[in-house]
Design a binder for this molecule. Structure first.
Ligand code: MSP
Length: 643
């Protein structure tokens, strides 16, 4: 069997993964499943990239070891992939002992052969991205990748001589344009990063220790990219006692990566491999991002879409279908609930679900579930058959290029054609005439054939639906070479549940809106609770009564000279007029106050504020960093007691 090696990026376990991360993995999974069906010996790798300062800091904040921290998150990552039916053959963690040892070997070899050297480095460091940047690389003085502020840092580090391999890399990329897809991404790399001249890369750190230790220099740990990129070969046993998988699967057929890390995969990784004397991967495929209407998903914006919630609510295959169908592969796409529900209702429930349920229901109704052998074809049948055969060809070519939306669009052409075939042949009319039974049998047989082929074609995208459809058609798993029209002799069908329940879109959107509002309110309440002052120690009623609280009407108000904060007021207390000074000038102008009735502490010992006598106090409540005066009903008589 021909090997096929496909990888996803290894994910940072800094937090729960979101729907954008799921997009990479579901795409790789669809391709891996497709290649398996085509008879390849597939190795599908995913995993986690667990080292670095960011993880160490997060663990510290939680008061646990980095290892305990990543163990917990990685368990969640594995759960998510299970839920999404990800069929990875291997899961690498950069904390795996074998990976650590192999990275140490790689680092030592590169050092011994002079490709890694020690140097004192000064630069701008972006902590979240764990990247050093030269002055000229900064954008408006900030990190060019994430736009966050950078810190000046100086460190003794090991450097990897990227510059030495510049010409070799350019030559390789120019003579192998298929190395990077879409090709526009390669042009971007060439023009922006490679041709202006490659700078040597900092590949060790001494400021933290959560990383692979450099064996020959205590205090240094291998810095992110050498550690991370090596996963693609260490997962195959490279650098261990058993390199048989490496011999079998390397070079990789495709590294699937998000567009922002294409750079590392088309510059650092090929150079590492050149330096190690290893063949280069056949392709780096840079996909776009799944964005939200308002931009990127981020925890700080509170707009992260949780794939677990989506799968639980709408079903795994609906989510897989949406991800693969909606985003033009290679470009960015927008995640949107309404678009998801429209896809579910129209493509899945209506087009596909109805085709199956109508066909099965009619077969049960007219033939007790089993299509008789006596069948009469008509020229119209050939149209359906030819279309199905063409769809298979086009689908295969799209899947070979990882053009998932195109491949699925092909399948939906077959589904639409089959639905139209029902309208054209009108089985319910044929059923009324006994003489037409052989024609009716042929029509239902052809529909079952179209459904069977559809089931096979959608397996890479929707493995569960494939099984459900075949079960209703009375079949077990079908291999790829069963994609031949007329392969089944007949069908014995059994009705099952609807493949995809329809969604009441307005109700569902309203539910989500209410849920989002409730979540936001809960988050706000939680924040308020964590910021709130604790309740003061208990007092008895007499102590409370010792406070003389009155309604007071503000008669006049003016700023206290030379003070930005103080206002001087005359207030009517019924029995007398008082002068009071209050520190509310930042939030109230005199006109906002004159004529208003406020809550007033009448028996407070007089004090001087900025040299101005204050006899009493106007009550106000904290409002964030501001204050809000307690205004009372203006009908209250000045001097009324408050209790
Ligand atoms: N650890 C590195 C990869 C090392 S590979 C040797 C990394 N990790 S990551 O967790 O930040 O991102 C993993 C992948 O998820 C990247 O390919 C990234 O592009 C992808 N995505 C993260 N957010 C995404 C979207 N919103 N949409 C699509 N893909 C997204 O980078």
């Amino acid at each position: 069997m021909k090997p096929f090696y496909i990888t996803t990026p290894i994910y940072y376990p800094s937090d729960k993964l979101h729907i954008g991360h799921s997009y990479s993995t579901v795409s790789a999974d669809a391709e891996a499943r497709y290649k398996r069906l085509r008879g390849y010996d597939v190795m599908f790798l995913t995993g986690t990239d667990e080292h670095g300062q960011k993880i160490a800091r997060l663990a510290e904040k939680k008061g646990i070891t980095p290892q305990a921290y990543v163990d917990e998150i990685v368990a969640g990552v594995k759960e998510l992939w299970k839920k999404l039916n990800i069929s990875n053959d291997r899961f690498i963690r950069t904390t795996d002992d074998q990976h650590v040892k192999a990275v140490q070997k790689i680092f030592k070899q590169l050092y011994d052969q002079g490709d890694i050297y020690k140097h004192v480095y000064e630069g701008h460091y972006c902590t979240p991205c764990e990247s050093f940047w030269g002055e000229h690389q900064l954008v408006d003085g900030k990190c060019p990748d994430c736009g966050r502020p950078v810190e000046l840092a100086k460190e003794e580090s090991y450097f990897f001589r990227l510059s030495k391999y510049q010409d070799q890399l350019v030559e390789y990329l120019e003579s192998n344009p298929e190395f990077c897809s879409p090709q526009s991404r390669l042009n971007e790399m060439m023009n922006n990063f490679i041709k202006p001249g490659l700078e040597d890369l900092c590949v060790s750190r001494t400021t933290f220790d959560w990383g692979v230790p450099v064996t020959f220099d205590e205090g240094h740990v291998v810095y992110v990219w050498i550690d991370a990129l090596s996963n693609y070969i260490t997962a195959l046993g490279y650098g261990s006692d058993d390199e048989s998988d490496f011999a079998k699967y390397w070079p990789a057929d495709v590294h699937l990566v998000g567009k922002e890390i294409v750079r590392f995969h088309t510059i650092i990784w090929p150079i590492m491999l050149m330096a190690l004397g290893l063949p280069l991967p056949k392709k780096v495929f840079g996909h776009g991002w799944l964005l939200l209407d308002g931009g990127k998903m981020s925890k700080s914006k509170g707009n992260v879409v949780d794939p677990v919630v989506l799968c639980d609510r709408y079903g795994v295959d609906a989510i897989r279908y949406y991800l693969l169908r909606e985003v033009p592969f290679g470009s960015d796409g927008i995640f949107n609930n309404e678009a998801l529900f429209n896809r579910i209702n129209s493509d899945l429930a209506n087009d596909l679900g109805n085709l199956l349920s109508r066909t099965v229901a009619m077969t049960e109704k007219y033939f007790d579930g089993t299509i008789p052998a006596e069948r009469e074809s008509a020229p119209l049948d050939d149209e359906l058959k030819t279309l199905a055969e063409n769809v298979v060809k086009q689908y295969e070519s799209d899947m070979d290029e990882m053009l998932f939306p195109n491949a699925l669009t092909q399948v939906w052409q077959l589904i639409s054609r089959a639905n139209k075939y029902i309208d054209e042949t009108m089985p319910w009319a044929l059923a009324k005439d006994k003489a037409q039974k052989p024609r009716l049998a042929a029509v239902l047989y052809n529909l079952c054939e179209a459904l069977r082929m559809t089931a096979i074609l959608i397996e890479p995208a929707m493995p569960e639906t494939n099984g459900k459809m075949l079960a209703q058609l009375g079949l077990s798993h079908q291999p790829w070479d069963a994609l031949v029209w007329g392969k089944e002799e007949t069908y014995s069908v059994t009705k099952g549940d609807a493949l995809f329940p329809r969604i009441d879109i307005p109700a569902e959107l309203a539910r989500i809106e209410a849920e989002t509002a409730a979540k936001a309110a809960a988050a706000q309440a939680e924040e308020a609770a964590s910021n709130a002052e604790p309740i003061a120690p208990e007092i008895d009623f007499d102590t409370f009564c010792s406070l003389d609280l009155r309604a007071a009407k503000i008669l006049s108000c003016e700023p206290v000279p030379k003070s930005k904060k103080l206002l001087k007021m005359q207030v009517d207390l019924g029995i007398e007029t008082r002068q009071v000074v209050s520190g509310i000038a930042q939030w109230y102008k005199p006109d906002d106050l004159i004529g208003k009735t406020v809550a007033f502490v009448a028996n407070l010992k007089p004090a001087k504020l900025c040299g101005v006598e204050s006899q009493g106090m106007i009550l106000a409540a904290d409002h964030g960093d501001a204050a809000r005066v307690l205004f009372l009903d203006s009908e209250l008589k000045p001097g009324s007691t408050i209790r």
